[in-house]
Write a protein that binds this ligand. Structure first.
Ligand code: NDP
Length: 356
């Protein structure tokens, strides 16, 4: 039987922060990563919660991630800013660019933040949700490492390349979706490998190019884009937006750079923020938001539907009170990091192990 430990969100945060500091991150990086990990646990997005700690630690211990790089903010054009993460993990760089991007979107109507040289193993919804909480519309795109075969092909080329979108709502938390352009996130395959579960048909092909439901074969072969050629084209777009557009790498290049197979690719992320009232002449924000609500009501009128992020907000209310359940093995890994017993590459059942 699987053994779980219950933790409060405060404990998740404190233990994560302590573990990262003991493993060598400075306080600012440890706090920013701990906020990201805790938010994922809070929303039960477990691929990006405590499960990811080993990836952060491996990235650091392999020498590929900086423990203390100070992100540098520069303005590239009237409505374009850049944060160079200088090979640090993405959370601190994203926090550095967040308020300047929101301010620029308010003054220009639309603004973009280019985050470069960032190791990214996180979900994207936090950056767009934060923008929409301040009344802005947000979009985010990131590439990864070569995991996904293009439609019709059999070899990994694209990252799992997620994109996220957030829309502000009156007196309600924003509508947010955040999804990979592959049939499933890589973390889901890694978690199923760990838990001894099969994949859904159509998610992946093995190294022989044939369909597989075996997680290990999928990690050695290639994931598939969602919706065939349509998801493949979205992944292609994200490669261009997060790579060449920002002067950063493609997923295939990020994979080549990750010599230690840490599973923590270093590359770019594009975030776009829009101030909705700057797109209408009337400036009637109330009417604009009400118009969006008409769509949401019509959608919800149909049985079997829900809005993206509804699950997240319901979960958030529950975990604030009850805390979260964490696999005992993850909990013990966290304790080991704090005790500095494991100040080395963590032994995880992820693809960085399979490929190394
Ligand atoms: P999911 O398939 O779990 O969910 C995708 C989106 O669909 C979510 O916003 C979810 O909202 C929404 N959704 C789910 N069910 C419904 C429904 N019935 N009706 C309407 N909306 C629904 O996500 P993925 O597996 O594709 O991606 C998981 C995460 O992995 C993402 O956060 C992504 O950013 C991250 N990722 C990160 C990468 C990186 O390199 N950094 C690479 C690839 C992925 P809800 O939350 O409410 O369930």
């Amino acid at each position: 039987m699987t053994d779980f430990v219950r933790m409060s969100l405060e404990d998740v945060y404190k233990m994560t922060e302590s573990a990262l500091i003991e493993q060598g991150f400075n306080g600012r990086h440890a706090a920013a990563i701990a906020r990201t990990v805790t938010a994922a646990e809070r929303d039960e997005c477990r691929h990006h919660g405590l499960f990811r700690l080993a990836f952060y630690v491996n990235g650091l211990q392999s020498g590929q991630a900086s423990p203390d790089a100070e992100p540098e903010l520069t303005q590239l054009a009237p409505s374009v800013i850049k944060v160079d993460a200088k090979n640090g993990f993405s959370p601190l760089a994203l926090e550095t660019g967040d308020q300047p991007l929101a301010d620029l979107a308010r003054s220009c109507g639309i603004a973009a933040l280019s985050v470069t040289n960032a190791l990214n193993v996180a979900a994207l919804w936090p950056e767009v949700e934060k923008l929409a909480e301040r009344g802005l519309v947000g979009l985010a795109f990131v590439s990864a490492a070569p995991y996904v075969a293009p439609a019709g092909g059999t070899k990994p080329l694209f990252g799992t390349n997620p994109m996220a979108f957030a829309w502000p709502r009156k007196d309600k938390p924003p509508l947010v979706f955040d999804q990979a352009s592959s049939e499933c996130a890589r973390g889901e395959i890694q978690i199923r490998l760990r838990d001894g579960k099969q994949l859904e048909p159509g998610w992946a092909i093995g190294p022989d190019g044939k369909s597989t439901t075996e997680p290990k074969q999928a990690l050695l072969g290639a994931q598939l884009p969602f919706g065939g050629v349509k998801g493949s084209n979205i992944a292609l777009m994200i490669e261009l937006l997060a790579g060449p557009l920002l002067g950063d790498v493609l997923s295939i290049e990020a994979g080549e750079r990750d010599k230690a197979n840490t599973g923590a690719p270093c590359g770019g992320e594009l975030i776009i923020a829009m101030d909705p009232t700057r797109f209408i002449q009337s400036g009637d924000r109330e009417a604009q938001l009400a118009h969006g609500e008409k769509l949401f009501r019509a959608l919800l009128d149909q049985d079997g539907t829900r809005l993206p992020s509804d699950r997240r907000y319901k979960t958030r209310q529950r975990t604030a009170v009850e805390g979260v359940t964490v696999l005992r093995s993850l909990y013990e890994g966290l304790q080991g990091y704090i005790a500095r017993k494991d100040r080395q590459r963590a032994a995880y059942e992820g693809d960085h192990i399979l490929k190394s």
